[in-house]
Design a protein. Structure first.
Length: 240
């Protein structure tokens, strides 16, 4: 399940791309398949072990084109272990809402991106996230959970203040908001709830089969209750 739209964020063979806060690796794997020299970066060593294992399996199966490469790097988003102007592109998907000093993390993204390079930043959308917070205290107070709710205007203003140019945005995962509302209402650990189980089966069916009906429904729902908002940015070519 990808949040970034690779038609709006195209990857060229051999481009060096950072997936900052890669988690389980969903975007890192997509980058590798598209021919990037991808660096999957996260502070969770266990997550990175799984990502590295998957990279190895993809290589053995020939899922990535010749010229692509993949690595994992453990570290802190507030002090990225890379030289200035290292990456052609960066994805930071569902990361900033977890970081208390988000501005410092954004400055690090700007620093390690090449002038003229592009970034895709995704965060939970304001309305779906506000409803989750209202329904469940555990949703946002668990260790490592979300520390803020962004409006798109706030996110873009912070990124612009650092020097990024805003190139556009869209919302994603409109079908997923209701699932999280159900989980928050039923209890985040209560996966046996009949409504939660039924909705989860629908989401799995949608991801695996991508039927026309659900694809059209999500397209209609995204602008209204899309679970995530994606902002695309460029570091101006004159930036140092």
């Amino acid at each position: 399940m990808l949040t970034v739209d690779f038609q709006r964020f195209p990857i060229a063979l051999g481009e060096r791309v950072l997936d900052m806060g890669c988690g389980g690796g969903r975007h890192a794997f997509a980058l590798y398949r598209r021919g990037a020299a991808v660096t999957a970066f996260d502070m969770d060593a266990e997550e990175l072990k799984g990502v590295q294992t998957m990279f190895g399996a993809m290589e053995l199966e020939g899922e990535a084109p010749e010229g692509a490469s993949a690595e994992t790097v453990e570290g802190d988003a507030l002090d990225l272990p890379f030289e200035d102007a290292t990456f052609d592109k960066i994805i930071a998907a569902e990361v900033m809402e977890h970081i208390p000093d988000d501005m410092k993390a954004m400055r690090e993204l700007f620093r390690v991106l090449k002038p003229g390079g592009q970034v895709a930043v995704t965060v939970p959308s304001w309305l779906p996230e506000r409803i989750c917070w209202a329904l469940s205290e555990d949703y946002h107070t668990a260790p490592g959970g979300h520390v803020r709710i962004y409006t798109r205007a706030e996110l873009e203003a912070k990124l612009k203040s650092i020097g990024f140019r805003i190139d556009g945005h869209h919302h994603a995962h409109g079908l997923h908001s209701a699932y999280w509302w159900l989980k928050c209402a039923a209890g985040l650990e209560n996966d046996s709830n009949p409504a939660v189980k039924a909705y989860h089966q629908i989401l799995v069916w949608d991801i695996m089969k991508q039927p026309l009906a659900t694809r059209l429904a999500e397209k209609l729902l995204n602008p209204v209750i899309g679970k995530s908002v994606v902002v695309y940015l460029t570091k101006p070519s004159y930036a140092g």
